[in-house]
Design a protein around this ligand. Sequence first.
Ligand SMILES: Cc1ncc(COP(=O)(O)O)c(C=O)c1O
Length: 397
Amino acid sequence: MIETSARVKSLPGYPLAEIPSIKRRLIESGMDVIDLGAGDNDTPPPRIAVDAMTDALADPAYSKYGFQQGLPAFRQAASRWIEQRFGKRFDPVTEILPLIGSKDGLAHLPFAVVNPGDATIVPEPGYQAYLGGSLLAGAEPYIAPLLPETKFLLEMERVPAAVLQRACLAFVNYPNNPTAAVATPEYLERTVAVCRRHDILLAYDNAYCDLTFDGYRAPSIFEIPGASEVALEFFSLSKSFSMTGWRLGFAAGRAELIGALTRVKSYTDTGPFLAVQKAGAAVLDRAEEVVAPIRQELERRRDAAVPALRDAGFSLELPKAAMYLWVALPGIKSADFSRRALEEQGVVVLPGSGFGPAGEGFFRIALTVGPDRLRQAAERLGRVLAATRRGELATTA
Ligand SMILES: Cc1ncc(COP(=O)(O)O)c(C=O)c1O
């Protein structure tokens, strides 16, 4: 009998794992399903990307292994993009690393820095790759709850001193998934200061930096003085450019840290498909032109969904960024609510508890369908809320 490892057994269930099969069953039974689950935008990938990829597919050179540097043009485009977007310069050869989606870099990073007995600081609710990567690398994750009263900010100063002493890595993500919270420069300064004081690598996950609304601009961690000594930043082409399935992102930071992650990855993969890197380079060079309509559409969706959900009885903030709404659910278990929403009303939403127990009391909506469908979804979710409340009254009466 082959036993799986204790590390694999320690992984909690992945929140999105069971939804596709339930959804398929409901669609087969004739139900009209509105899927607001995964953060997978419905807008098509950019024409520029498709054309660059098509050219690359016709050239056998792009079908080779991307050993070593991968496609230098992608590294250069990533470096130019960071410089133009945030005013910081990173050497394309030593300070940038192409990733098979930013998940690749975030999940593999613990292997580069964790030693036995080390702790990682993991936000909850949060993107599950931080926890999974930490557990697989043998780290002891310290779960830092993101709470409404601290505006869903991971407050390093609230982490116990004993944990800070053992911690080698902290994951910080703003604009945030799933809460859509954003970070102020003052918060980032405090966070960098704690990381510097305790020699903690700050993995700053900036996957949503270009999906911002109402004129808000999301900063890079490297805009904070002193951050370059302790931080690596992770960027993704998935969300800004509707390229989730293409699997492309990159990390930026000090050469020694990028070098350590490169070394880990040289044993686990051979980098993103070169043709995808060519497409990525083309998109990054025209990033603002590509992302502007996606951002506008998300803002339109947010502006349709938030009042519709409030009308339906829910309470939620108007987010400044990301592509999610984090909706409060007092008194109802989020997993029960989400299951009823799917099975009775055909609406896929993610329970807060799927992002870890500290996410309980909320559910997440991804703005992945147009305004009309979002309004329809809000109405259906309102029916589930009303039915659940009636049910609760009935049982307590
Ligand atoms: C916070 C956060 N970081 C990173 C990622 C990974 O993105 P990708 O691997 O597609 O670049 C996601 C995807 O949902 C995310 O929500």
